[in-house]
Design a binder for this molecule. Structure first.
Ligand SMILES: C[S@@+](CC[C@H](N)C(=O)[O-])C[C@H]1O[C@@H](n2cnc3c(N)ncnc32)[C@H](O)[C@@H]1O
Length: 208
């Protein structure tokens, strides 16, 4: 079993999935609250962990379907247990090898994409899974500009690709996305990096 899957299987069982929900929740909610979900839409969360974002989005009035995928089987077991809305669905798979015929209006991913073997291959797949005009919201706290988080790779001891904001933008442009970025800061946090750098969201739009 690969190290990423093994680590997150452990996190699914030792309470760290819920800790991520708390740690990421504020900035992710602030970001998602700025998106207008005012027309019928479908939503995919890549690396959904215990599924908290899927549950949040599934409650939106116009949400037809919200799907979460994760390469950790134990995360998906947790997500299915917590699922409470009929338009939610969870699958145990990595993004790279997922066979899915449908296309989404929105794809979301928080602190997940940099664990992929190849960010480029994962992004190409996400691009194909979007409808023309669809958007990919990719959140990361781990990026070169945010120096305080760079040491996470030594602590985690698993594959984590560290890139700058500029490099992330280039990855998105290279697969065909139109790109914007947004940094969401938490001025009330006790952590200095959350106040100074915050979560970087790379927003890719698939041209129509
Ligand atoms: C740091 S956790 C974040 C979980 C969740 N997004 C959150 O914010 O609480 C990263 C998750 O991404 C999953 N993951 C990593 N690489 C993946 C891939 N290539 N395909 C699908 N899931 C992946 C891991 O198993 C893990 O559950």
């Amino acid at each position: 079993m690969d190290g990423v899957r093994k680590t997150f299987d452990e996190w699914a069982q030792n309470g760290r999935a819920e800790l991520m929900e708390v740690e990421h929740g504020k900035n992710v909610s602030k970001f998602l609250d700025s998106i207008s979900f005012d027309e019928k839409f479908t939503f995919l969360d890549v690396g959904c962990g215990n599924g908290w974002v899927v549950r949040k989005i599934a409650k939106e009035d116009h949400c037809k379907k919200a799907i979460g995928i994760d390469k950790s089987k134990k995360m998906i077991v947790q997500a299915k247990k917590k699922s409470n809305h009929k338009n939610e669905e969870f699958f145990h798979t990595d993004i790279e090898s997922w066979k899915y015929r449908g296309k989404f209006d929105f794809v979301f991913s928080m602190e997940s994409l940099y664990y992929s073997d190849s960010i480029k291959i994962a992004l190409e797949k996400i691009f194909r899974l979007l409808k023309p005009g669809g958007k990919f919201f990719c959140g990361t706290d781990f990026y070169t500009d945010n120096k305080a988080t760079a040491r996470w790779a030594d602590v985690m001891k698993i594959q984590m690709h560290l890139h700058s904001k500029k490099e992330w933008k280039k990855f998105f442009q290279d697969v065909g996305f139109e790109v914007k970025t947004k940094q969401i800061k938490d001025m009330k946090s006790r952590k200095k990096w959350k106040k100074e750098f915050g979560t970087l969201f790379i927003i890719g739009t698939k041209p129509k």
